[in-house]
Design a protein. Sequence first.
Length: 403
Amino acid sequence: VGVIGIGQDITGFREQEKRLRVAQKIEAVGHLTGGIAHEFNNLLAVIQGNLNIALDPRTSKEDPSFLQECLGDAATASSDAAKLIRQLLAFTSQQAFQHERVNLRNLISEAIRKAFPIENDGRAISIDIDQGDLTVMADSPQLESAIMGLLENAEESLDGSGEISVSVAIRNFNGALDSEYSLPAGEYIVMTVSDDGCGIEESVLLKVLDPFFTTKETGEGAGLGLSVIHGFAKKSGGLLRMRSELGVGTRAELVLPLIRGRVDESEGRAESEYIEFAQQTGTVLVVEDEERLRKLAARHLRSTGFEVIEAGDVEEALAVLARKGDEVDVLFSDIRMPGDLSGRQLAQEVSSLYPGIRTLLTTGYEEESPEASEEGLSPEWKVPVLRKPYSRADLIGAVIALA
């Protein structure tokens, strides 16, 4: 019995493959950074420009409605900036879902407006929703971003003219392994974006959900759009399915579990609306290293009657508590703090030394979400977390709930 062995040195091939992956990642980061910089600079221009107008002494001579309009534009731009951050964190898989009530027709209409800001007479768009006023619980920015991505892909396949249809149907799946979607039994939303464009070759269709795969020229796209939407769908407990026929068109189905939302009187209320709270009593210790944010939180709380003590870091907060611990009712602290101790460690210390003080934490980085940071903690150390940026109503409501 003889054995013949053939060997081949693939070190060079592996190195070349590694360099290609690095180059693709660099291209993706550059593309992403450029897009974020563009969006953020637009929003900052709106915020800074309108606030400068509001601060101009000459503005006081204008009609009050003009000032209200300027401040309203600044407020909506800041809200859009917060959504942009959530989308960025979702891209890096560091953003937990933030479910809220969403009217699907309104959200789809807004996604269409953003995806196609310029009218095109050669393009027709149709919308068909099973229940026109369907309100569901969903992460609005991530869902809107996913729909926009599908719409933009459909637009590119039209080559200037054609029809794009968007439909939403409610489906009940029985969970059978041989079913059409192979998803657990339950009620689902099936959002379909179809076009009558050029279609996709079968060999390419098998790769379109892969990260960094793109048919575009270098510099025109990082090949992350569909893979991010696919990731969002899977993380949500659903799926993204692509079907296409060359020369006929493409059909993308975004399937997500249906969580119905309750409609109440506050539905559709502007975020900037000033909500009146009954006057409160008690003292809140606000711990925040960003001075302007700390002052803002203090203003919000004082506006409804709370006494406020401010501290710029954990050490200062502990010093305050050593002197006035019996006067403090609620601790409100950022999680990410300078120094050796975090806000969560401060919460544990306060729980041990001052059990009568209730604690509310806040953070702008979802890696510090309760789900990520409270594993293994005893029940008395598990505290609510208010996500930044928070509104006046969010903060006061959260503190009142503890008081």
